[in-house]
Design a protein around this ligand. Structure first.
Ligand SMILES: *Cc1c(COP(=O)(O)O)cnc(C)c1O
Length: 402
């Protein structure tokens, strides 16, 4: 009899008890709005900003309502709007081109490599063709490109980089945290990311004027002195009458449950990566299955797992997905014809009039993806690998002998 996995791919760990206690204290105080403070109180939101700035080494940090809001706020602060082209990855999730479209700018998509990172040659070609002033770089599914090479290219061409770090909180390239290579780093604390406040986002930058613009944009009601990691008031004085209020603040309740999670982030990253390595080990040398290369300089945090069935026919991949599902293993396929769950792919963003990107099409056609919640034990991961190995093998064998 074949084994069946019974865990849930969408079940996260509970909020740590100290986070629950902090949240209850906020509820009991009645002061949930970030600017609602007792005399002398700093507030959970400002404290979170201070701590996240410190954790990433950034000078400034702003907590906001969601990761998508953070991306939009960064774009607005940089002046992106109608008539401006913003380069981004063809392999990313819908909120990224959505943020570009929301400010009225035009997304222009860059191909993905077989390592699931942005194709730097195609990026150079798109910069030359479009003269786009901004790249919104998405570290999609936690895969980080050669950031030194990317920054060399963008700096030489005068392209400002916003990093979408929704899948790389706690990760680094060559020792420098993601979000610290570009001008602005944007993070999400939505339930399926590396810290969970239901919804939420964080922005970091070393640029005082951009930081002030983002604070004003987020809806600071001129109370910017109540921030935890914001520039000096003089910077705001110059800008405050020119920057519109596009409300998207974080509240104390979310900040209260995030602070204890931030303190545990490095430990959680180790736990994620231990699970990733078990899956990788269990799937290596599976005929027909290609693992994703992880460079030594990539300090990833693996909250999900990808592999490729490169060159496989669509119906064979569908069969693997169905057979894995029948044994409790939920795979998402980026090559599916219609958007399902989070597998949205660039061709489905019709509002952005995407061109055909043949290399991306070829990679996504064989790309499978799986969440890796920390509620899975190492043995769970070993079992998932056994099931996938067996089902990929069965379909591969049947096709080879047909
Ligand atoms: C989740 C996600 C976002 C946006 O985060 P939300 O908090 O859900 O708005 C941005 N980029 C990527 C790649 C994501 O997965």
């Amino acid at each position: 009899m074949s084994e069946r996995f019974t865990g849930s791919f969408t079940q996260q760990e509970p909020i740590p008890e100290d986070g629950i206690a902090a949240a209850l204290a906020v509820l009991r105080s009645g002061r949930l709005h970030r600017y609602n403070l007792a005399a002398g109180e700093i507030g959970e939101t400002a404290l979170l900003e201070q701590e996240f700035a410190q954790a990433t080494g950034a000078r400034y940090c702003l907590a906001v309502a969601s990761g998508g809001y953070a991306l939009g706020c960064a774009l607005r602060a940089l002046g992106a709007g109608p008539g401006v082209t913003v380069l981004t990855n063809a392999f990313t999730l819908a909120p990224v081109p959505g943020a570009i479209a929301a400010v009225g700018a035009t997304p222009d998509f860059v191909e993905v490599t077989e390592d699931l990172v942005i194709d730097l040659d195609h990026l150079a070609a798109r910069i030359a063709e479009t003269r786009a002033p901004i790249l919104m770089l998405s570290h999609m599914r936690g895969h980080i490109c050669d950031m030194a090479a990317l920054m060399r290219l963008c700096d030489a061409e005068g392209v400002t980089v916003i990093e979408d770090c929704a899948h790389t909180m706690g990760a680094d390239w060559d020792g420098t945290p993601t979000g610290r290579w570009g001008r602005i780093g944007a993070f999400s604390t939505q339930t399926y990311k590396h810290m969970n406040s239901g919804e939420g986002g964080l922005l970091i930058t070393d640029d005082a004027e951009l930081a002030a613009r983002m604070v004003l944009l987020s809806g600071s009601y001129m109370l910017y002195e109540r921030h935890g990691a914001a520039p000096a008031p003089e910077v705001f004085e110059r800008l405050k009458l020119d920057v519109p209020n596009v409300s998207g603040r974080m509240d104390h309740l979310r900040a209260a449950i995030l602070r204890p999670q931030l303190a545990r982030l490095a430990e959680q990253a180790r736990r994620w990566n231990a699970r990733y390595r078990v899956l990788e080990e269990g799937l290596k040398d599976t005929p027909g299955l290609t693992l994703i290369r992880r460079p030594a300089r990539e300090g990833f945090v693996a909250s999900s797992f990808q592999f490729r069935l490169a060159g496989w026919a669509n119906d064979a991949i569908s069969e693997v997905v169905a057979r894995a599902a029948a044994r409790g293993v939920e795979l998402k396929w980026f090559g599916a014809d219609h958007p399902a769950g989070f597998t949205s792919r660039y061709a489905h963003w019709r509002y952005a009039a995407p061109p055909r990107l043949p290399r991306t099409d070829a990679v996504l056609a064989g790309l499978l993806d799986m969440r890796l919640p920390l509620t899975f034990s190492l043995e769970d991961c070993a079992q998932i690998a056994r099931i996938l190995r067996a089902e990929v093998g069965a379909v591969w064998q049947a096709r080879a002998t047909a």
